[in-house]
Structure formats: structure tokens, C-alpha cells
Design a protein around this ligand. Structure first.
Ligand SMILES: Cc1ncc(COP(=O)(O)O)c(C=O)c1O
Length: 380
């Protein structure tokens, strides 16, 4: 089966009893057993739920994994992956990552005695040098957030293998439509399902997908023991979103490419960060690694300072001023004051997250309308 067929048919089998083409949402928290101590497939919804299982089957198929686990949010999924580690272990993360991941690693995970450091994953030499004998997990995003940096996932996977550590890739921005990290050698794929997978800004969710059954067992143990599972109604919404994921993603990529090219030629804009532009430093890797498009996130910098970027971000009418991304409606935000406010100011400065940056999540509206909206906001 090809991608779009899998997204619609796998994990979405019709209901045998009624013939309903959409499987029912199973809301039961507990399941009757035939005998004491003899467990059937489902016993308690934290340990397994049929609706969640359907979504997990679809996700595993789309990412090319042996199994997937659906969580209550992207952060719950990332946290579960870090719970594979113990005190004294080290996590090396790329420096262009979601602000909430930065906060989780530096302000929660470190409390368990796990060391954390960041290095630019785009610079393989510097990244390799940052690996320590205690490094057990490498965590990257590509495209990165908010600078849209492109990391060579296959090269980092080889690095991780050489140093005997796991590679986790937050694939939220690319989605499995554009990039499948497990096929490139990664061990864990993580998603904020809140974004492209759900696709409609109406659900919060997360997922981990792996290709090694033993690693799946370990992560399932963590999930069941700690309980950050996705609820059945939310699992249904993500499953529904997945059915149109490929079509949405490719259309949104096309609009993003058009807008990136237009912004590049605008004198009011000092820098456009979009991997689909030939001048983007990661363009060649992106052409190899991304399938069918360069993503629907784009960042640009306006001339001027914090106040000017804030003014532009507050002046759009169609682009709504909000964090989050990946849905049908376009969003605009200022990373320094919004998505990346949880970075320490010094870390923001060190990693190039300047005050003049504006990040766009390109939705499904007509490109002409989005361009006109940006044009009037830049005028402001
Ligand atoms: C790239 C990325 N990873 C992880 C997350 C966290 O996901 P959630 O908000 O679903 O917990 C986000 C949320 O914005 C994100 O953009």
C-alpha cells in the first residue's frame, strides 16, 4: 500500500458488527475478563484502548515502524523517551529545537541527574565532538525550530550508532509525508500530533514510533507505568486528521514555497529561512531527505528590532497570532516572545533566535490572500 492508502485503511478497519466504515470510539476505561488472572487483549484503557490502538497502527505504518505509542501531548511523548535514561546519562540535543523541549530537558529531566547539552546538529564535526562517553540519547529536529535548519538525519544516525546511543527525531515539522527518520537510521520518531497529524487545531496529542520491538517494549513499559496516554476521543480526531495529512501537507508546502520566494524579494525583509530556497544552507540535504516538499513552516526576519517584529506579527488579519502550527489555518508568531520564550535569553542569543524573527505556519488558505495579508502587515 502507498502512503495515502495506508493513512485511510490501516488502523481504520470497518466495524465488524455494524459495518460502520468509521470504527466506533471506545470510551470504556475497563474491559471484562473471562477468568481471574487470564488477560484478554484489552484490560484497562491506560494499558491499551482499541481506539488508541487503531491510531497507533496507522502511525506505525506511516513512519515505517514496528509500533507506535500515542500520548496525551508531544511533551508527554518526549518525556517518555527521556525516561529510558538513568542518573549519570547524558542527552545531546540539537540547538534548533522547540522551546518546550529545551525547557523539559533543562528544567525537568536534569532533576533526575541526567545531563543535557545542546550543539548545532547541522555542524556534524561540532556535534560529534559534543558526544560524551555517557551520551545515551541524541535528540534532533529537522527542519529545526525556529531557524528551519536542516540536519542530515542519516549522518547523525551513523554517529549515534558509532557511539552506541539512541537517536530520537522530533518529526513534527516534516511529518512522515516529507521525512521518515526511521528509514534513515533513527531509533525513535516523536510527534506533536497536535500539529500536522491532527491538522485542525482541535486536538492535543503526541506519539513515539520505533522500529525495534525491544525498544517498543521498553517504551510501552514507561508509558503504561507513567500514564500519559492519549484519550479515545482525541485518538479519533488524530486518526481522522491522518486521512488527509498527505494532501494537506503537500498543498501547504506549495504555498509556503511561493510565499518564501516572494518574501525573499521584499526589501522590508532582511532574511528568509526556508529549506526550499536554493540559498538556504540546508537546501541540498533537504532535497535529498525531504520527499515532495520542504515543509509549511517558514521564518523570516524584519529589519528593525523586537518592537518592529512584534508590530508585524500583530498586524496580520488572516494569519492569526498564536503559537502552535500545522493546521489548516495560518498562524504567525514571534519566537523570542512566544514559542521560544522558555529558552534562557542567553541561549536564544547564542543560537541565533533573534528578536526580529517571525515564524509562519502556512495553512490551506489561498496563497494570494495570505500574500496580501503579509504585505499589509509588513507595511504596518
Ligand atoms: C516541534 C515541536 N515539538 C514538540 C512540541 C510539543 O508538543 P505538544 O504541544 O503537543 O506537547 C511542539 C509544540 O509546539 C513542537 O512544535
Amino acid at each position: 500500500m502507498k502512503f495515502r492508502t495506508k493513512a485511510i485503511h490501516l488502523g481504520n478497519e470497518r466495524d465488524a458488527q455494524t459495518g460502520a466504515v468509521v470504527p466506533p470510539i471506545h470510551v470504556a476505561s475497563t474491559f471484562v475478563q473471562h477468568q481471574a488472572g487470564e488477560w484478554r487483549e484489552f484490560d484497562y484503557s491506560r494499558s491499551g484502548n482499541p481506539t488508541r490502538k487503531g491510531l497507533e497502527e496507522t502511525l506505525a505504518a506511516l513512519e515505517g515502524g514496528c509500533g507506535a505509542l500515542a500520548f496525551a501531548s508531544g511533551m508527554a511523548a518526549t518525556h517518555a523517551a527521556t525516561m529510558l535514561l538513568r542518573s549519570g546519562d547524558h542527552i545531546l540535543a540539537g540547538s534548533d529545537i522547540y522551546g518546550g523541549t529545551y525547557r523539559l530537558l533543562h528544567k525537568i529531566v536534569n532533576r533526575a541527574g541526567i545531563e543535557v547539552s545542546l550543539a548545532p546538529a547541522t555542524d556534524l564535526t561540532a556535534f560529534a565532538q559534543a558526544i560524551r562517553p555517557t551520551t545515551k540519547l541524541i535528540w534532533i529536529e529537522s527542519p529545526g525550530n525556529p531557524l528551519m535548519s536542516i540536519t542530515d538525519i542519516a549522518a547523525v544516525a551513523q554517529l549515534a550508532q558509532r557511539h552506541d546511543c539512541l537517536l530520537g527525531v522530533d518529526n513534527t515539522f516534516a511529518s512522515p509525508v516529507l521525512t521518515r527518520p526511521l528509514e534513515l537510521g533513527a531509533d525513535i520518531v516523536m510527534h506533536s500530533a497536535t500539529k500536522y497529524l491532527g491538522g485542525h487545531s482541535d486536538v492535543l496529542g503526541g506519539a513515539l514510533v520505533v522500529k525495534d520491538p525491544e525498544l517498543f517494549k521498553q517504551l510501552y513499559f514507561v508509558q503504561n507505568a507513567t500514564g500519559g496516554v492519549l484519550g479515545p476521543f482525541d485518538a479519533f480526531l488524530v486518526s481522522r486528521g491522518l486521512k488527509t495529512l498527505a494532501i494537506r501537507m503537500l498543498a501547504q508546502c506549495e504555498t509556503a514555497q511561493t510565499l518564501a520566494e516572494w518574501l525573499t524579494n521584499d526589501p522590508r525583509v532582511t532574511r528568509v529561512l526556508y529549506p526550499g530556497l536554493a540559498q538556504h544552507p540546508g537546501h541540498d540535504i533537504a532535497r535529498r531527505q525531504m520527499l515532495g516538499g520542504f515543509g509549511a513552516m517558514l521564518t523570516f526576519e524584519v529589519a528593525g528590532d523586537y518592537a518592529q517584529a512584534k508590530r508585524v506579527a500583530e498586524s496580520t488579519k488572516l494569519f492569526q497570532l498564536a503559537v502552535s502550527l500545522g493546521a489548516v489555518e495560518s498562524l504567525i508568531e514571534q519566537p523570542a516572545s512566544m514559542s521560544h520564550a522558555s529558552y534562557d535569553a542567553a541561549a536564544r542569543a547564542a543560537f541565533g533566535i533573534t528578536d526580529g524573527l517571525i515564524r509562519l505556519s502556512i495553512g490551506l488558505e489561498d496563497v494570494e490572500d495570505l500574500q496580501a495579508d503579509l504585505d499589509q502587515a509588513l507595511q504596518a
